[in-house]
Design a protein around this ligand. Structure first.
Ligand code: FCB
Length: 441
């Protein structure tokens, strides 16, 4: 039987998520240059060397895009406010057009009866700050705190919930160790510093916003299920080490004020001096936690390879267009784990979704794979609710097909298809599926 709203607790919020650089069009409205602009323009970094300069041209289509949320019977919208749009040089003089844009956007969200969920950093670090070392420079925490106050002074009175950073693992490890995202570094010292500074920036923002009286503060962490390739003890250890790198560093830094000891031991030579003194700021109390979940990976020991001496092994489950295995049990696992780790804090699934090579056929976009993906992950949420997790909402990633970072525009995650030539939006079957489910009867 199809799910309905009534299968979830009263007040449970359903929403869809986006991020500034992926949809807005960075060339419009006085937005400053970010490290994603230059990363994308460097051959070999992004499929087709595509960038976010036009993206979904949401800067001009935002009203119609918000109508899609309202017409889809959603309750909430998760969006991000671009640092480079608000402060084109990263610091100093704000861009009035940028502030006006977010002001209108928040009013537009509220006018449609939706709750605004703001993310302060979804990856577009201003180039002027990248020039100064970006996430490797300890000062980034204060720069971020300053930005946070500027945007909060304009819209903070009207947003329902504020998340500081989106996916610290991506900001740090994916971007400074694996080199897959901007700034494309592959350097263990740079990665270690970014791993600490991203949490320091989170803590600084929380402190600044608390001082402004905010009581709706959280962070959005991404979780990846780490399975061992075999029952051999070495493979279990490989999975465990990857769990520390991907998952535990961030949530335990924030909830316990301590990093997982084994991983910390390996990274100790690269940690910035005096890091211990920051752990109190990093582990301040939060009001909620955002959980992003997509997939699992399977890990094996890789003896003889340099640290971390592990490798990924191909899994056998059905995969999405991104090659990610579909594994809803992982969502249940992390909701329960986050519930325990945070001592029962309100949890929102802030991202969950899949890419598929969706095509328009006779004016419609059939995507039964996505409908099934959503249903199976919502079933995992219901299981976690039944087992006591304090989950209060679910946001599908993403409202629109958009700029999927290093993958360019080819990977389509949206509930709504975007034709990038014409900017025409076509709701997919999954959008109608959710709209029916969320109808208030
Ligand atoms: C997450 C990002 C989001 C999007 C999805 C597919 O890691 O937060 O911007 O790219 O993956």
């Amino acid at each position: 039987m199809a799910l309905t709203r009534n299968d979830f607790p009263e007040g449970f919020l359903f929403g869809a998520a986006t991020a500034a650089y992926q949809i807005e069009g960075a060339r419009f409205g006085g937005c400053g240059s970010s490290h994603w602009d230059s990363f994308a323009r460097t051959p070999g970094n992004v499929a087709g060397a595509e960038d976010g300069s036009l993206a979904c041209d949401h800067y001009h289509h935002w009203e119609a895009d918000l109508d899609l949320l309202k017409d889809g019977n959603f309750d909430a919208y998760r969006f991000s406010t671009s640092w480079a749009r608000v402060l084109p040089e990263g610091r100093g003089k704000p861009n009035p057009e940028g502030l006006d844009f977010y002001d209108r956007l928040v009013d537009g969200i509220l006018e449609r009866g939706l709750k605004p969920f703001q993310t302060l950093y979804h990856w577009e670090l201003p180039s002027a700050l990248a020039d100064l070392g970006g996430w490797e420079n300890r000062d980034v925490a204060q720069w971020f705190g300053d930005f946070t106050e500027v945007i909060d002074a304009r819209i903070g009175d009207r947003v329902a919930r504020i998340a500081t950073i989106n996916e610290p693992w991506c900001v740090a490890w994916l971007s400074h160790f694996l080199g897959v995202h901007a700034p494309g570094k592959r350097d263990i010292r740079a990665a270690t510093r970014a791993m600490h500074h991203v949490l320091l920036a989170h803590g600084t923002a929380v402190q600044r916003l608390r001082a402004r009286g905010r009581d709706n503060l959280g962070v959005v962490l991404n979780f990846d299920f780490c399975d061992p390739a075999s029952n051999a003890q070495e493979d279990w250890k490989a999975a465990d080490l990857n769990d520390q790198i991907f998952n535990r560093w961030y949530i335990e830094g924030i909830t316990r004020g301590a990093y997982p000891p084994e991983l910390l031991g390996a990274l100790a030579p690269h940690m910035p001096e005096g890091w211990q003194d920051d752990m109190g700021l990093i582990s301040q109390e939060l009001d909620w936690l955002g959980v992003n979940y997509y997939t699992r990976h399977i890990h094996a020991a890789d003896p003889g390879a340099p640290w971390p001496a592990t490798k990924q092994v191909e899994g056998h489950l059905p995969k999405t267009q991104s090659g990610w295995e579909i594994y809803p049990d992982g969502l249940y696992h992390f909701l329960m784990r986050a519930h325990e780790e945070t001592g029962g804090l309100p949890i929102f699934v802030t991202e969950n979704g899949m890419a598929w090579d969706d095509r328009i056929e006779n004016g419609a976009v059939p995507d039964p794979e996505r409908e099934a993906y959503i249903d199976r992950h919502l079933a995992a949420v219901r299981m976690a609710l039944a087992d006591g997790a304090n989950v209060q909402g679910f946001f599908y990633w993403s409202l629109l097909d958009n700029y999927e970072w290093a993958e360019g525009y080819e990977k389509r995650f949206g509930l709504v298809h975007v034709d990038y030539e014409t900017q025409v939006r076509t709701p997919k079957a999954s959008y109608h599926h959710l709209a029916r489910m969320l109808e208030r009867r």
